[in-house]
Design a protein around this ligand. Structure first.
Ligand code: 0GY
Length: 295
């Protein structure tokens, strides 16, 4: 496999200034490979995008903290994520991917390393299997205060409902379960996602990834991601206490239309137009999930 660079080499400085203390609540690190080799089962092989690069981007974009989500290319070995958290001097926490048979002692060690949740990935292009029964088993014995992050695409939302309904801790849905934002705010996918959010008051979501959900095609879509802004702003307004935001840097797997991270930050006022919404999205909500002792 050829190693790929999936991030912008010189992102612009955003026009929008995040409030002091803002959190990028969805990002990743890759390697560095010499210290933290990629999984033998990785579906893509990235160039190194380690903690120093992540923290430089954080500062460049005007953010204060990161939530680092274990990327599929590192499998269930969370050392690269833990290394980045350790280097952040308290300014990062994380989400792990674990072998569902993980011991209580190993879960406790992850907690000590700054992990506050685990991720279940249902994207077939990223993982070979996603055993719901085993996932449910581990979800039932997580350390206190943890949550489960779930990554799926809109077409399997209904199929996953019984599984997700049985998870006894808060759920955080990556990229809103990848709706087709070109259907608009009242499209079939957004309606189904709203019905899911209505089913429990502890389902959170990330209003992230315009670059993945609103791609340029036939002269429509792409940066400045107007369909994303139109479809997502009402969702943020209606569920303002359970929404998170993140860059998704280093944008795993993106090869065409790699987003300018400065432009991604400039989407924030378009989906959260008031200072109050921005404070909830960027500070209050992620602090409650990842730094509850300070929130
Ligand atoms: C994302 C999205 C993707 C990849 C991963 O763990 C991963 O490799 O999450 C994707 O390819 O859609 O949120 O980072």
């Amino acid at each position: 496999m050829t190693r790929i660079t999936s991030w912008h080499g010189a992102p612009s400085r955003p026009l929008y200034t995040p409030p002091a203390g803002a959190i990028d609540a969805h990002c990743h690190v890759f390697g560095p490979m010499a210290d933290f080799p990629f999984s033998a089962k990785a579906k893509y092989l990235p160039e190194d995008a380690g903690p120093d690069m992540l923290f430089a981007l954080r500062d460049h974009l005007g953010f204060a903290r990161n939530v680092i989500v274990q990327a599929s290319c590192h499998g269930t070995d969370n050392s690269a994520t833990l290394n980045a958290i350790a280097k952040a001097n308290g300014k990062a926490r994380g989400v792990a991917v674990v072998d569902p048979a993980i011991s209580a002692a190993d879960l406790a060690a992850l907690h000590d390393g700054g992990i506050r949740g685990i991720r279940f990935n249902f994207l077939k292009r990223l993982v070979d299997d996603a055993p719901k029964d085993k996932f449910l088993d581990v979800a039932k014995r997580l350390p206190a205060g943890w949550h489960v992050v779930i990554y799926f695409e809109a077409d399997i939302l209904e199929e996953l409902r019984p599984f997700m309904d049985a998870i006894p801790v808060p759920l955080v849905i990556d990229h809103m379960g990848r709706p087709d934002v070109t259907q608009g705010p009242d499209g079939v996918d957004m309606k189904a996602f709203r019905a899911f959010l209505e089913s429990r008051d502890d389902i959170w979501f990330k209003a992230t990834c315009p670059d993945r959900l609103d791609q340029a095609k036939d002269g429509i879509g792409g940066d400045p991601w107007n369909a994303f802004a139109d479809a997502v702003a009402p969702l943020v307004a209606d569920y303002q206490d359970r929404v998170l935001w993140g860059t998704d840097w280093p944008h795993p797997n993106m090869q065409d239309d790699i987003p300018d991270d400065g432009h991604l930050v400039d989407m924030i006022p378009r989906i959260a137009p008031t200072a109050e919404l921005q404070r909830k999205l960027l500070i209050d909500n992620p602090m409650r999930l990842y730094w509850p002792e300070e929130a």
